[in-house]
Design a protein around this ligand. Structure first.
Ligand code: C2E
Ligand code: MG
Ligand code: MG
Ligand code: MG
Length: 291
C-alpha cells in the first residue's frame, strides 16, 4: 500500500492521490479489522405498504460496533470503503449474511415479500458479481424474488453497457432492482427510460420538507405520478411525521420507510414485526437511535 504521512502529518495520500484526513485513514484501517473481528452486523428497517399499513419487507442496513468508538455510521465508513477494494469484500459479506438470514426466516416460516440490500456500484462493475449472486442464492436456496437490490441513483452516472447488461441479467433471475436516493444526483430522467428497474425510492431530502416546502411537495407528487406511469413501485424514504404520511397517502405513494413507523431494528425485532404485520406510528418526533 502506497500510503505515507503528509508533511505535517495531518493528511494521508492514497494510491489514487486522494487526500484523506488522518481520521479517515484510521477508520479505514479499523474497518479492515472489523470484517475479521465480527464487529459488523445487519439491522433491518421495515418497508410499509401505505394502504394496508402493514410491513411487507425490509431494507438491510449495515451496522458497525467498534470496541472503543461505539457505533460508526455507514454514511461515514461506506464512502471510505468505496475508495478501496474493501467495498467489494464488504458487499459480499453483506449479501451472504442477508441471504443466510432470509434462509433462516424461511425455515422459521416467517412471511415477508422481500428483503432489500444496498449494493455499491463498484461491486456491480466487477466481473464476478453476477456469478457470486447466483452462487449465494443457490447455496442458501433463496427464491430470487425475495431479494431486492438497491443501487443509488448516482450509479447511473457510471452506468456503462456492461453494468446495464448485468442488471438485466440480475433482473432476469427474478431479483428486483430499486433505484435508491432518487432525486439527489444529476442524472437525466431520460436515463430511467433505458434502465431496467422495478422500484423507485424517493430520497428523504424531498420527503422531509413536504409539509413545509411547496416545491418539494410538487416534486414528490410528480415523481410518484411518473413512477406509477412507468409501472414502477414507488417508495418514500425518511418519513418521520404523520403529516408527511398524509401527503404521501394522498399522492398514492405505494410504500414508505421511516422513523414514523420504525428505525432499523435487530433481526429478532423485525421477526416480531413480520409476525405482527400491522404497524402503527411510533411517535411524531424522529427517533435518533435503534436501541
Ligand atoms: P440508504 O440506502 O438510503 O438507507 C436509508 C438511510 O436512511 C439509513 O441510514 C436509514 O437509517 C436512514 N433513515 C431511515 N428512515 C429515516 C428517517 O425517517 N429519517 C432519517 N433522517 N433517516 C432515516 P443509514 O443506515 O445510516 O445508512 C446510510 C447509507 O449508508 C444508506 O443510505 C446506504 O447508502 C449506505 N449503506 C447502509 N448499509 C449499506 C450496505 O450494506 N451496503 C452498502 N453498499 N451501503 C450501505
Ligand atoms: Mg438503500
Ligand atoms: Mg436511500
Ligand atoms: Mg442514502
Amino acid at each position: 500500500r502506497a500510503k505515507k504521512l503528509g508533511k505535517n502529518n495531518y493528511q494521508i495520500y492514497t494510491k489514487s492521490m486522494n487526500i484523506m484526513t488522518l481520521k479517515d485513514y484510521y477508520i479505514e484501517k479499523e474497518l479492515r479489522k472489523a470484517l475479521e473481528n465480527h464487529q459488523l452486523y445487519m439491522e433491518y428497517q421495515p418497508r410499509i405498504d401505505v394502504k394496508a399499513k402493514q410491513v411487507i419487507g425490509a431494507e438491510a442496513l449495515l451496522r458497525w460496533k467498534h470496541p472503543e468508538w461505539g457505533d460508526v455510521s455507514p454514511a461515514d465508513f461506506i464512502p471510505l470503503a468505496e475508495e478501496e477494494e474493501l467495498i467489494n469484500q464488504i458487499s459480499d459479506w453483506v449479501l451472504e449474511s442477508v441471504c443466510s438470514q432470509i434462509r433462516k426466516w424461511m425455515d422459521d416460516g416467517l412471511q415477508f415479500q422481500f428483503i432489500s440490500v444496498n449494493i455499491s456500484p463498484k461491486r456491480l462493475l466487477k466481473k464476478d458479481f453476477y456469478d457470486f449472486l447466483v452462487k449465494t442464492t443457490t447455496e442458501k436456496k433463496i427464491p430470487p424474488n425475495l431479494l431486492e437490490i438497491e443501487i443509488t441513483e448516482s450509479s447511473l452516472l457510471i452506468m456503462d453497457d456492461y453494468v446495464q447488461e448485468q442488471i438485466i441479467k440480475i433482473r432476469d433471475l427474478g431479483v428486483r432492482i430499486a433505484l435508491d436516493d432518487f432525486g439527489t444526483s444529476y442524472t437525466s430522467i431520460n436515463n430511467i427510460k433505458n434502465f431496467p428497474i422495478d422500484v423507485l425510492k424517493i430520497d428523504k431530502s424531498f420527503i422531509q420538507n413536504i409539509d413545509k416546502d411547496h416545491t418539494d411537495r410538487i416534486i414528490t407528487q410528480s415523481l410518484i405520478q411518473m413512477a406509477k406511469g412507468l409501472n414502477l413501485r414507488v417508495v418514500a424514504e425518511g418519513v418521520e411525521t404523520q403529516v408527511q404520511l398524509n401527503y404521501l397517502e394522498n399522492y398514492q405513494c405505494d410504500e414508505i420507510q421511516g422513523f414514523l413507523y420504525s428505525p432499523s431494528v435487530t433481526d429478532q425485532k423485525i421477526e416480531q414485526l413480520f409476525v405482527k404485520r400491522n404497524m402503527t406510528p411510533q411517535q411524531s418526533e424522529p427517533l435518533k437511535t435503534s436501541e
